[in-house]
Design a binder for this molecule. Structure first.
Ligand SMILES: [Fe+2]
Length: 173
């Protein structure tokens, strides 16, 4: 998926003040903002992958239909702990198409289903982009001593890099 140019950032809503967990308010807000972007990326990649599960055609149908199902199920499960980490840091979790559209770096699903090979390329790029979003947040999270978010980001990078490898391998790359 191609990156979009500078989307407007929706305002964060702080729901809990004066958290005494040893992370200052400025860091809490910046981490919640980064996790909101990761949530939007993950949800967008989930929807794209599920769409491709429905619409894939051609001689690789059975393999890709199954592979995409495994991946969209994992992505669907993944959005929950990301959203709930945002809540634990004292902010509301975004959960609308408008918010996700503004926050994500991924393109929306193509209106017309592309050929199977192009679907794979879109998902390779999508998984790489989500991994990069998670990795970009890591220095801030480590500086703030936010170990639970570090663990979450690490797990997400691992799965997205593995999915990108498996998809690339389908292309013989
Ligand atoms: Fe299905």
């Amino acid at each position: 998926m191609k990156k979009k140019s500078a989307p407007a950032t929706p305002a964060l809503h702080r729901t809990s003040k004066n958290l005494a967990i040893g992370i200052d308010d400025q860091h809490l807000e910046a981490i919640a903002q980064g996790l909101s972007r990761l949530l939007a990326d993950t949800y967008t990649l989930y929807l794209t992958t599920h769409n491709f599960h429905w619409n894939v055609t051609g001689p690789m149908f059975n393999t890709l239909h199954q592979m995409f199902m495994t991946q969209y199920n994992e992505l669907w499960t993944a959005v929950d702990p990301i959203a709930e980490r945002i809540r634990a840091l004292g902010f509301s979790a975004p959960g609308s198409y408008a918010a996700f559209g503004a926050l994500t770096r991924l393109q929306d699903v193509p209106a017309q289903p592309p050929a199977a090979e192009e679907m794979i390329r879109i998902l390779v790029r999508g998984n790489e982009t989500v991994a990069a979003t998670a990795r970009g947040l890591l220095p801030l999270v480590e500086k703030a001593g936010d170990q639970p978010t570090t663990d979450l980001l690490s797990a997400r990078m691992d799965i997205h890099e593995k999915s990108a490898w498996m998809l690339r391998s389908m292309l013989g790359e």
